[in-house]
Design a protein around this ligand. Structure first.
Ligand code: NAP
Length: 720
């Protein structure tokens, strides 16, 4: 570390690891350009405040923040936000010169809200902006804004730090003849030749991590016979498609990102006498709360045959009583697809079980959060739990792969994909969503060291679900519902892709079949204790207050189409139990329902699905809640049974007068759960319209009231 006072501090907040990676990349590049500074996650606010106080008079603060939900700040900035709000001194940051880089998505209403709010807040504390903020848009590709924003930062930073700037933009010469290269979709012969990456060269034993799942009724593992031939061979990899017209017309490739700094080292650990554990979650996997090895006790498919999406409902046995509330979320740590892991390792030349199981310690300065505890890890566990193998690649990954590609034409193509000239093709690559295996198969002469993959691949993230039951009804179990994520990439690619965690859970639980539309209830498979499947989970810290109010008299408006209804099933079950407990205490008189009504506020539910006979999830439960008086109004938005689609927001518009009375005069709390991109925007608009109509407000004023309700936690949202 330099003995000069640091000129800058980079403060990052990251939900999925992207902002962390970008912040650290800026830090490394700044250091390589001779600037002195530090880089912290925002929640390390003691370090942050120390760093702010110790900056030299240049006082540069660079904020990098992503967004979660609909423009909320990431979890690892919550303490920092509290710390900022507590600062009463208006000139607290008067010496600071700031800039902000936000990572957002224009599909969400409050695009990059956390970055905008952060800039506003630090300006209120006296900071001045030295460089215009960058608002990156994941809908278009973050790099389209991030890369030029970083490139243009250096001269500005050099000026305020009074420092010479070293060279910026990277270029590459084009090798002659490259315009003839086109990576096209695979022919049948190529697909056959690719078999080494599917099942043929796989080892003949079942991986230990998979063995616990053998023997479950209908289990995929049981039917697959890993070393046998009964599993239908779905292609594991797809060559990418790149149109090279722009490359043929270019004389030089410009705007290439720098090769990411090589800073991670894999150091061999002397082999342990003990066999490394592979059927348990490796210890390096970091979670914000302790891991619970829950087991699946029940599974059912709650959508019917023919539904657009398959929806599973699982119950996990927690073993011992654990504190949770309906509405809390929890993370599931699912490994990457085992076939994909094995195929990538084979492609990278890791073939023997001994190589897979060799233990390493991951070392390097300022390791990314997901690798901080990676000592004594095996390569196979790193591939299972350390890397994201399926997210569309960053330019930095392509650039790094280019460095390890021996064939000149393949290398040119990789350079083209991350250059200015190749932007359209880079965007089309994002549409293809290639896995790491797809890239390695498409560039056969590319052989990156695993350490370089550790430098550049994103972290493998847990997947979050909402708890759909009450601890009063099931104290040691949590239930949740989710759609199995399966989709096809857009025309002309048409490649079938699958989600990581939902596919894993589906396979683990034996691909349970959907009931036919005639069946009233879905069959629930109870898994005997001796065959219980372990699923590592952890509870998410509930920052958004999306739980039932303690005051049971508060009326509630619950809005949640699709699986967005799941946490509300938990709310309703909880209310149902509370009512039963109240009733059992006696003293409710001759008309208990009437008396209970005084103690338990009205609950109105707006729920949406496509077709009553296919995806009316939790129909039996909802009907029962209505019958028992827990739900006072159930409004169903059925989108595909009439000529015109009916969505929950259409029903809110229809009922706006009544709902205004319910929300404003009776004081109902509003809860919205589900998709942030379309539904939440529609509902927000319908609520604004309700205020416009009933208070004769301008739309702008109505929007301000909604923002106030969100801040006051009268209007709560759990959006994805
Ligand atoms: P879905 O099945 O895709 O859709 C449910 C209904 O919403 C359908 O009738 C659909 O109609 C309609 N819809 C489509 N676009 C809409 C729009 N712009 N406004 C209002 N309604 C619209 O729903 P889903 O996939 O289950 O979505 C639920 C969301 O909740 C997911 O994003 C999920 O991640 C999130 N979530 C889930 C949980 C959980 O615990 N599982 C918790 C929190 C949040 P059409 O298709 O006919 O247009």
């Amino acid at each position: 570390m330099s003995d000069k006072a640091p000129s800058y501090a980079i403060l990052w907040a990251s939900q999925t690891g992207n902002a962390e990676w970008i912040a650290k990349a800026i830090h490394k590049e700044a250091q390589s350009r001779g600037f002195t500074g530090e880089c912290f996650v925002m929640n390390e606010f003691e370090l942050v405040s120390f760093a702010i106080a110790n900056l030299d008079k240049t006082g540069v603060l660079i904020f990098v923040t992503s967004n979660t939900g609909d423009g909320d700040p990431p979890d690892n900035s919550s303490k920092f936000w509290r710390y900022l709000r507590r600062q009463k001194q208006k000139d607290y940051l008067a010496h600071a010169k700031i800039t902000v880089l936000g990572l957002g998505d224009t599909n969400y209403t409050n695009f990059n809200n956390s970055a905008k709010r952060l800039e506003k807040k630090v300006k209120e504390l006296g900071a001045t902006v030295f460089y215009e903020k960058g608002m990156a848009d994941d809908a278009e590709g973050l790099e389209n804004i991030v890369d030029p924003w970083i490139a243009n930062l250096w001269p500005v930073l050099a000026e305020i730090c009074r420092q010479k700037v070293s060279e910026g933009d990277q270029t590459a010469e084009i090798t002659k003849g490259v315009s003839e290269v086109e990576i096209s979709p695979m022919t049948a012969a190529e697909k056959a030749a690719q078999e080494p990456y599917s099942m043929n060269e796989r080892r003949s034993t079942i991986p230990e991590a998979v063995t616990p799942y053998i023997g479950l009724p209908n289990s995929l593992v049981q039917g697959a016979k890993i070393n046998g031939d009964s599993k239908p061979a779905a292609p594991l990899s797809h060559k990418i498609h790149v149109d090279t017209t722009a490359l043929a017309n270019a004389t030089q490739l410009t705007g290439l990102p720098r090769v990411p700094a090589a800073y991670i080292k894999l150091v061999k650990v002397e082999k342990n006498a003990e066999k490394p554990i592979t059927d348990k979650l490796p210890r390096f996997v970091y979670t914000p709360n302790p891991i619970i090895e829950a087991t699946v006790s029940k599974v059912s498919c709650i959508s019917r045959r023919g539904a657009l999406k398959r929806t599973l409902h699982l119950e996990l046995d927690l073993g011992e009583h654990t504190d949770f509330q309906p509405g809390d979320a929890f993370g599931v740590i699912a490994p990457n697809d085992e076939d994909l892991v094995q195929a990538i390792m084979t492609r990278l030349g890791i073939k023997t079980a001994e190589e897979e199981m060799q233990q390493f310690s991951v070392e390097g300065d300022d390791l990314p959060s997901h690798l901080k505890h990676a000592s004594g890890v095996t390569l196979i566990d790193l591939f299972r739990y350390g890397f994201d193998l399926t997210t569309a690649p960053r330019k930095a990954l392509l650039r790094m792969l280019g460095e390890y590609t021996s064939d000149a034409q393949e290398k040119n193509l990789l350079m083209f994909l991350c250059s200015k000239q190749g932007l359209a093709q880079f965007n089309s690559l994002r549409d293809q969503q290639p896995t790491l295996l797809d890239l390695l198969v498409s560039f056969p002469s590319c052989n990156p060291p695993i350490e370089r993959l550790l430098d550049t691949l994103p972290a493998h993230m847990p997947r979050y679900y909402s708890i759909a039951n009450s601890p009063l009804a099931h104290p040691r179990a949590i239930r949740f519902a989710f759609n199995i994520v399966q989709y096809t990439t857009p025309e002309p690619y048409n490649v079938a892709r699958k989600g990581v965690a939902t596919t894993w859970l589906d396979n683990l639980t034996g691909l349970v079949e959907a009931a036919t539309s005639g069946d009233n209830t879905a069959a629930v498979i109870e898994i005997p204790v001796s065959q219980r499947i372990s699923v590592p989970i952890f509870f998410k810290i509930n920052n958004n207050g999306f739980v039932l109010p303690a005051d049971t008299t508060k009326p509630l408006l619950l809005i949640g189409p699709g699986t967005g209804i799941a946490p509300f099933i938990g709310f309703l079950e909880h209310r149902d139990k509370q009512r039963q407990i109240r009733r059992s205490l006696g003293g409710v008189g001759a008309f208990p329902d009437r008396d209970l009504a005084a103690e338990f506020g009205e609950i109105r539910v707006y729920y949406g699905f496509r077709e009553r006979s296919k995806d009316y999830l939790f129909d039996a439960e909802l009907t029962e809640f209505v019958d028992r008086g827990v739900i006072t109004h159930l409004e169903l938005a059925v989108s595909r049974e009439s000529e015109n689609k009916v969505y929950v927001q259409d029903l809110i518009r229809r009922d706006q007068k009544d709902l205004y009375d319910f929300i404003v005069n009776k004081g109902a709390l509003i809860y919205v759960c589900g998709d942030a991109k379309g539904m939440a925007t529609g509902v927000h608009d319908a609520l604004a319209n309700m205020l416009v109509e009933n208070e004769q407000l301008e739309k702008m004023e109505a929007m301000k009231t909604l923002t106030k309700w969100i801040a006051e936690k009268k209007y709560l949202r759990d959006l994805v």
